[in-house]
Structure formats: structure tokens, C-alpha cells
Design a protein around this ligand. Sequence first.
Ligand SMILES: [Zn+2]
Length: 100
Amino acid sequence: MRPVNMAEEERSRKELTLESLVEGKKMEAYVEHRTREMHACAICGGIGYKKRPMKCVGTRWFCMDCVRQLKELMDGLDKWGAEVKLENEMSRKMDEGLGL
Ligand SMILES: [Zn+2]
């Protein structure tokens, strides 16, 4: 084998390495791009996809299931608030009764 061939071989090997590096970078960028498109729910950690729509609130994403549960929570918020108020009132009365 003549030296010139060796040099050529060396170069094509470098090109191959470079090519695979570029491919790797492309893949990385693609994965990153895909990851950016996907959002994890801030509550359950589930990944959103077509059948699981996600809503962005501020900088966080929430899936449909969690938002639905949140809505139920919100619907019961008045009742919950009233319960908390009643509990506070009761413990205040008890404290008063105990002379605290
Ligand atoms: Zn969720």
C-alpha cells in the first residue's frame, strides 16, 4: 500500500466519523425538538399526546384529566371554604371555652 492511499483512507475515515457525528447531532436536535413539543403534566407527570390534550397555564402544562379533577375541586371550593371556616370557628370557640 502506497502512502498516498493510506492518507486518502485516513481522510475518508475522518469524513465518515464527521458524518456520523453530524447525524448524531441531527438526531439530538430532532429528539430535543420532539421533546419540546411534548409536555409533561405538572400534576400527574403524564406526557401529553393527541388523546390526552394539554393546557398551558403560565409556564406549566396540565393534562385534561387533571384539569377535570381541578374543576371538580373548584366546583366544591365554596363548600370546602365554608367547612374550613366552620372548623376555624369551632376551634376558636373551643380555645375561648378553655380560656386560652
Ligand atoms: Zn395530569
